[in-house]
Design a protein around this ligand. Structure first.
Ligand code: ADP
Ligand code: MG
Length: 732
């Protein structure tokens, strides 16, 4: 048996079974072996029916049989009864006064059953048990591996796999064992060099596979999981290291900026730069002088002033000349008489692109620098010929012509920026706002035929834990903008539990009364079908707006905004809200994180428990833009202490980074923000909790990429895995 063999070549797999496997992405033996258990359960917790004693609290797993309904002999009360059988014995079960129960279950069904053993010896039964239906019985201790191991073995764990209808945990487990028996392990090569495994005391592939699928000890399972987690992070880190090496190898535009020149620009700002802004700008300006392209992530809470950093550094580039004698691809020396170095600034949505365009106009209006805006719904250019203080709509073709000949040094836009037809003359600097998957490929794509790699600044307000940042952004230098502009009032956050909303509405009304505005965010809806999710979300936004309009906020004007609206409609609503024609904006959480309306100082977040803390933090960031006292109300119906405790962190945490770490610890790792962007599996996300492991994987990956002349030649298995990763990561 070889790992690449199709499962169907060795096992009888019927059609529905095959369909189920396909759903899990499993076709080959290797796929099956890499379908790792999601967790383990301890069989020592399971009692055998044969060993049950009177008055014991029983937890048994077995099959139901002989279910029927009868009337009690004297009282005529209805009694449902039957048996549960687990291979060791069977015992009677009885429910009194609950005749419907017998109808809910049927003979042959696998169940977990919890209840008290009563009756008299020889006539024991379990009274009114709780029943949980199962797809299959857990692998019992009479099975396989647990048999005949050391006598003092007290750990008896069995694997539980992610299942889907049609394939059970038990099947995965037994099939994996059969593959081992068929000798597949002997044919498998470990892609990770032994020296690395030894260094970190990780098991080799063969051992790890046995340990993960059929551990005899919990430590073995742990150790195997660690190995696979390391492997996953290691591939990602290797890919990042390769990306980074590619960027370093390419030539770039060196930009040298006189500090006095920059000061002229920043002196005009209506505020003092924060220290964090000043140092961030300095690091970027310094990177521009190097002979390889910058790759930098600027992480800062909403409102920390990333746009000013972007504008200042864009200014440095857009006022620089291309080096002398640059040759174009055709070999002609390019026309140097025209055009400075160029900047592309990409935003995730039209609204944000427009907002950046407007901010840039403010920053640049005193200068003879053209700024273009390109989005799916149209193009603009600043300044307009007729009015030097205003932008003007222009045709796409015209704008692209000016971008191509260098007349427009700053182009702001949405994804429309990467379209084939957009060509720059000397693209030296790419700024990306909140785009997580923007990599070396896209950067190259933007630069088109230009052999030079532009500098890259990726900006994000999404606080993510350090380990995740190291993984997702392994190829970037990270700069933190961890300081808010002076004069900002810290946000007052309150957790609003069930029955406490009256006070909140009263407060918000008083704020509206004194001229402020408010956001109401409707809860995130978790629903596997994204279409349905959007539909439900839309419904909840519309319903909540209606409710508020006739109850709590009947004296105020309310607008709605959700993902299904056209960009034009969104713009219209946003404009009305920005101009204070609307007092309240009811919106979904998916809408435009960075929207800037300084007068909106209140935010009500419904269903707060459904969000991650960092996401809540980001949402409330919308109201810290002005000089008035901002308020955030996190509303939850949940009565659970855990939820309350988790949400409390919102009140006490000092910044978004702290909250991101909380998210990592509090929530199931699978729900953590960034998993999708990172392409990490659940196991990989588990690894993210372990800083040492992530750092080790990173160190080894960088070492691997730095030392051998050729990864593809020396480590073909790693190269293959990394290439696969690249494909899936670069797909949008
Ligand atoms: P971010 O993009 O980081 O969320 P912005 O760049 O949009 O934040 O800045 C938010 C607001 O703060 C803007 O109105 C901007 O003019 C203002 N701002 C930026 N830097 C400062 C500063 N150092 N002092 C005062 N206000 C600032
Ligand atoms: Mg911003």
């Amino acid at each position: 048996m070889k790992p690449t063999d199709l499962l169907t070549a060795h096992f009888r797999v019927d059609a529905p079974h095959q369909k189920a496997l396909k759903k899990l992405g499993i076709a080959t033996v290797a796929d099956l072996l890499m379908h790792l258990p999601a967790r383990y359960e301890d069989v020592s917790d399971i009692q055998s029916v044969g060993g049950l004693q009177k008055d014991q609290e029983a937890i048994v797993f077995g099959q139901l049989s002989g279910l029927k309904l009868r009337k009690a002999w004297k009282s005529k009360r209805p009694i449902a009864e039957g048996y549960i059988e687990d291979g060791s014995a069977k015992i009677k079960i009885m429910w009194f006064n609950q005749p419907y129960l017998a109808k809910m279950y049927s003979d042959g069904m696998y169940v977990k059953l919890v209840g008290k053993v009563t009756g008299s010896d020889g006539k024991l039964y379990i009274a009114n048990p709780e029943v949980e239906k199962l797809d299959a019985l857990p692998i019992d201790r009479h099975d396989s591996i647990f048999k005949g191991t050391d006598a003092n073995m007290d750990e008896t764990i069995y694997p539980v796999y992610r299942e889907t209808k049609g394939v059970t945990s038990k099947w995965f487990y037994h099939t994996a064992l059969k593959c081992f028996e068929a000798g597949v392990l002997e044919t498998m090569t470990d892609p990770i060099p032994l020296s690395i495994l030894e260094k970190y005391k990780l098991p080799v592939l063969k051992t790890a596979l046995v340990w993960i699928h059929s551990p005899k000890k919990a430590e073995h399972a742990q150790s195997a999981r660690k190995r696979f987690a390391f492997e996953e992070v290691f591939y990602i880190q290797t890919q990042k290291a390769i990306d980074r090496a590619m960027v370093s190898a390419a030539s770039t535009y060196q930009v040298n900026t006189d500090p006095k020149h920059l000061k002229q620009f920043t002196d005009r700002f209506p505020f003092e730069l924060t220290e964090a802004q000043t140092t961030s700008i300095a690091s970027i300006i310094d990177s521009f002088t190097k002979n390889h392209a910058m790759s930098r992530l600027l992480e800062g809470d909403v409102g920390s002033g990333k746009t000013a950093v972007a504008a200042t550094t864009a200014y440095a580039v857009a006022t620089s000349r291309p080096p002398e004698g640059i040759k174009s691809e055709s070999g002609k020396v390019s026309d140097l008489a025209f055009g400075n170095l160029q900047v592309a600034y990409m935003a995730p949505t039209e609204i944000l692109a427009k907002q950046h365009f407007e901010s840039f106009i403010e920053y640049f209006k005193h200068l003879p620098i053209n700024i273009g805006l390109i989005t799916g719904s149209g193009c603009q250019k600043f300044p307009s010929k007729s009015n030097p203080n205003k932008p003007t709509p222009i045709s796409r073709a015209q704008l692209l012509k000016w971008v191509k000949n260098g007349e427009v040094p700053i182009l702001i836009g949405t994804h429309a920026l990467i379209y084939k037809s957009v060509e720059f003359k000397h693209l030296a600097y790419v700024i990306i706002d909140e785009q997580h998957r923007f990599g070396t490929n896209q950067r190259k794509q933007l630069a088109k035929k230009d052999a030079r790699m532009p500098h890259l600044l990726s900006m994000t307000a999404t606080p993510i834990p350090r380990t995740l940042a190291l993984t997702i952004y392994g190829d970037l230098d990270i700069t933190l903008l961890d300081q808010m502009p002076a004069g900002r009032k810290p946000i007052i956050t309150e957790i609003i539990g069930p029955g406490q909303s009256a006070k909140m509405y009263e407060h918000v009304r008083s704020e509206l009364q004194s001229g402020r505005q408010a956001y109401v965010i409707c809860p995130r809806i978790e629903e596997p079908d994204p279409d349905k999710q959007t539909a439900l979300q839309l419904k909840s936004v519309v319903a909540e707006a209606k409710r508020l309009a006739t109850t709590e906020f009947r004296d105020y004007t309310i607008g709605v905004m959700h993902g299904k609206m056209t960009p034009a409609d969104k713009d219209k609503v946003m404009k009305e809200f920005a101009e204070h024609q609307l007092d309240i904006l009811v919106a979904t959480s998916v809408v435009e994180v960075g929207v800037n309306v300084p007068n909106a100082t209140n935010i009500i977040i419904e269903g707060a428990e459904r969000f991650g803390l960092s996401q809540l933090h980001q949402l409330r960031g919308r109201v810290v833009r002005g000089t008035h006292q901002p308020y955030c109300f996190a509303v939850t119906d949940s009565k659970g202490d855990k939820t309350k405790e988790r949400l409390k962190a919102l009140v006490t945490a000092k910044n978004g980074f702290e909250l991101a770490e909380h998210d990592l610890n509090f929530r199931g790792s699978g729900e953590l923000y960034g998993q999708k962007q990172s392409g990490l599996s659940d196991l990989g996300m588990e690894a993210i909790k372990n800083l040492k492991l992530v750092e080790a994987a990173r160190t080894e990956a960088q070492h691997l990429v730095a030392t051998p002349p050729h990864i593809a030649k020396d480590f073909p298995l790693i190269a293959e895995r990394v290439a696969k990763l690249g494909e899936s990561l670069h797909m949008e």
